[in-house]
Write a protein of this length. Structure first.
Lengths: 166, 322
């Protein structure tokens, strides 16, 4: 034992040294470093969770966006369809109105023509009657009372008119 | 990019290196004991010669504090403690979540050791054993690497004792002092036994004093079952013998722990001194590398075996309980 150099006081001193080192390292190295490991792994876990959350939120928002977009496009298409239908209706209505208007215009024009023709015929009658009177006066050289004359002629014309109508 | 030269150096640099190495080689051959034996004395200056190492097992006493002798190995172990504690303090007094380079180094080492502990002993026990295992590991590895620092062994101290002057190295690797390795072995032993007792209570000692089978055998014999009684007694004697062996084995761990570390480290130191003596400068260089490796391996063995024994002491009772 002496040859190896074992002696009690040095042995105890080395035991104490070890315990001192253990204490120092425990407080200066193991405790803070292990706490740091735990803290860091906690932090990493937190941030991973957060990232997951953010990703979920983003997916959610995207989904929402897509839905809104879909709804908007559907609405837009509906609006277009409605507008087209309204346009068609308006066109049809306008066409019909135009047809009706054209019809009335035509009728009016016809009536006008009729009326003008009638008027012209009436005037012609008048003229013709006057001419006939003048001619008859000339022929018979006898002046009938103008009123009687006219009645006579009208009667003739009436008859001829009836005849003609037939 | 095409590089001229060889081995990553340009030719002039390479040639210079080769010349320097050869010159050192020649000088070391001529000044070393090996060269002197082969070629003979060529009259190189005193500076280059290295004295023959004289092997001394006990650590040298440097001075006394009261009645307490401070040896050079104790001094070296205190330096190791100061270095380790200062390094730990320097890192952790401003510890950050995002580590600095120094903090990274410490964290890498501790995380590696922590994983080692957890791998061997499991999550819960690994964390519990970690501080003591790591302290053992760091203490041993720093002691052995510290003694490889150039100049470590060459600082001398002159002691005048009984009219004789002794020139002693001021520092000597703590691993080469049997008191240190014995202290570590005792701590490892106490740690393991403490864990065993704490886990198993008094039942822990039944591992060493195992009379249950013997008692059963005696009981059966008394009840008249002669055959099974004698069989039980026979098995009981074997159990008791195994228990005694177990106890001796546990004690021998201290011895093997002590002498494994002591022998390896002292042997390594003597090896380097011998190489320096035989052929200074050049021949010792590979052995320095070897000794760094040996220091790390011995530290790992000491810590690892303590860890394994501790795990065995703890899990043995878990098996028995279940």
């Amino acid at each position: 034992m002496e040859g190896l150099g074992i002696n009690l006081s040095t042995l105890i001193a080395q035991l104490v040294s070890f315990l001192v080192l253990f204490g120092l390292l425990y407080f200066f190295a193991y405790k803070p470093i292990l706490r740091m490991f735990d803290e860091r792994s906690q932090k990493i876990k937190d941030s991973v969770e957060q990232a997951e959350q953010v990703r979920e939120q983003a997916a959610h928002a995207e989904e929402e966006n897509r839905k809104q977009l879909e709804a908007a496009s559907k609405e837009g298409q509906e609006a277009i369809a409605r507008a087209m239908r309204a346009g068609d209706e308006a066109r049809q209505r306008a066409e019909e109105e135009a047809k009706v208007q054209a019809g009335t215009l035509l009728d009016k024009a016809r009536q006008e023509i009729q009326r003008e023709r009638d008027e012209a015929i009436g005037e012609l009658h008048q003229e013709f009657a006057d001419l006939a009177i003048v001619a008859a006066e000339k022929v018979i050289e006898k002046s009938l009372d103008k009123e009687a004359h006219r009645a006579l002629i009208d009667k003739v014309l009436e008859e001829s008119g009836i005849l003609k109508e037939d | 990019m095409s590089r001229k030269g060889c081995l990553g150096c340009s030719f002039p640099v390479l040639i210079t290196i080769v010349v320097v190495v050869l010159a050192v080689g020649v000088v070391s051959l001529l000044s070393g004991a090996l060269g002197k034996a082969i070629i003979g004395e060529v009259g190189l200056p005193e500076l280059f010669t290295v004295d023959a190492p004289h092997v001394q097992l006990p650590a040298e006493v440097i001075f006394h504090i009261g009645g307490f002798a401070v040896t050079n190995t104790l001094l070296a172990s205190w330096i190791t403690i100061v270095i380790l504690a200062f390094f730990a303090w320097a890192v952790t007094h401003r510890i950050k979540v995002i580590p600095s380079r120094l903090q990274n180094l410490l964290e890498f080492a501790l995380e590696w050791l922590m994983n080692f502990c957890i791998d061997v002993a499991g999550e819960k026990n690994g964390r519990r054993f970690f501080p003591i295992i790591t302290t053992i590991f760091l203490f041993v590895i720093m002691n052995s690497w510290l003694s490889l620092v150039p100049g470590f062994g060459s600082i001398t101290y002159t002691v005048v004792e009984h009219g004789e002057t002794h020139v002693l190295p001021l520092l000597r690797g703590a691993n080469t002092d049997i008191n240190f390795t014995l202290a570590l072995a005792l701590i490892s032993f106490v740690f393991v036994e403490y864990l065993g007792i704490r886990e198993g209570g008094l039942r822990y000692f039944t591992k060493f004093i195992n009379v249950r089978q013997f008692g059963q055998g005696v009981g059966q014999l008394l009840r008249g079952k002669v055959k099974s009684g004698f069989g039980g007694i026979f098995m009981g004697v074997i159990d008791m013998f195994v228990g005694v062996l177990e106890g001796i084995g546990e004690m021998m761990r201290v011895v093997s722990f002590t002498f494994r570390l002591f022998g390896n480290m002292l042997g390594g130191e003597i090896l380097i001194l011998m190489m320096l003596f035989l052929m200074p400068f050049l021949l010792a260089v590979p052995f320095y590398g070897l000794e760094m490796l040996v220091g790390a391996i011995q530290a790992l063995i000491f810590g690892g075996l303590t860890l394994v024994f501790a795990t065995m002491a703890v899990t043995q009772h878990e098996h028995e309980a279940s």
